[in-house]
Design a protein around this ligand. Sequence first.
Ligand code: UDP
Ligand code: MG
Length: 331
Amino acid sequence: MKHISIVVPVYNEQENVRFFYQKIRKYTEPTGYPFELIFVDDGSTDATAQLLEQLTHQDGRVRAVLLARNFGHQVALTCGMDYAQGDAVITMDGDMQHPPEMLPVLLRKWEEGFDVVQTIRLDTEGVSWFKQSTSRTFYRLINALANTNTHIVEGGSDFRLMDKKVVATFQCFKERARFIRGIISDLGYRQTYVEFVAAPRHAGKSKFSLKKMIMFALDGITSFSKIPLRFAFYLGILLSLMSFLLTLDVVYTKLFTTEAVPGWATITASILLLGGLQLAGIGIIGEYIGRIFEEVKQRPLYWVRADLRNYMEVPASWPDKHENQVKLKQV
Ligand code: UDP
Ligand code: MG
C-alpha cells in the first residue's frame, strides 16, 4: 500500500489549523490512502503550536515540526519535505487558498504515472489587482532571464504533488536562497499541470508583505539567471562604441570646421549618466556577492525546536511505526 504525506507550513494560523485539518480528512480519507499530515510551524507567535500539539495527541497521522524561529515559507516547506515519508508528498498552504478538494485530482494524476503534479492558479478571488499584476510581471521577467530547462508557468504555486523520487532529488539541492517552484520545474521527470481557482483566505491576513515579495522575486531571479550580471558588460561595450564615434566627431570638428565647442552641459550630463550606470552595475554585482556570502557560510537551513507526534496512535502501516515508540519525541 502506498502512503502519502501532506506538508503544510503554517505561520500564525491559529484560526485556520483545525478547520484545515478537518477538510484534509474530509477529502483524503475517501481516497483510501494512509496519509500523514505534517505541519511545519514556522515560529508562530500565536497559539498555532499549542493547537498543533493538541491535534497530534488526537490523531497519530498528524505530526507537528516546530521550527526554532521564523525561517520563511520556502524553508518551512523544505523542512516538511525532509520529514515526509510518503510515496507521494503534497505541499500546500494552510489558509485554505489551496483547496483540499483538489487532493483527489492530484492523486489521480500521480496514479496515471506523473511524478510532479503542479497546480496553476487561475485567479485568486479577493486578491488585489496590484498583487496579481506584479505576480504576472515577475513570471514574464524570470522566464525572459532564467536559464532553466523548462518554463516556469505563470500562476505556478507551491501547491503540488511530488513522487518520493522527486523529493529525494530536491533534497540534493542545498542552496539557502531557494525558489522551490523554479527548482522543481527544472528537475525534469514526468510533470503535468492542473488548474485551480484559489479561494480567499479562510481567516487571518497574508504573511507576505511587499518587502517579502520583492525579496522572494530577487531570490528567484538571482538563483536562476546570470543575465543581470552581464548588464554592465554589454552597457560598457555600447558606451565605448558611442564614445569612439564621439571622438571621431570631435576630431573632425577640430580639424575641418571653425565651430566653437562649448558643451559643458553635455559633459555634466554624461558624467551623471555614467556614474549612475556604474553604481547600478555595482549594485547588481553586490546582490550576487551577498548571495555568495550567504551560501559559503554553509549554515544550516533551519533548526527544529520540537518534533511532535503521538507514536502510540500512528497507524500500524506507517514506515516508522516501530522505529520509535516514544509518546512524544522531543528533539
Ligand atoms: N507561511 C510560513 N512562513 C512565513 C510566511 C507564511 O510558513 O514566513 C505560511 C502561511 O502560514 C501559509 C503559507 O505559508 O500557510 C502561505 O502564506 P500566505 O497565505 O501568507 O501567503 P499568500 O497566500 O498571501 O501568498
Ligand atoms: Mg495565502
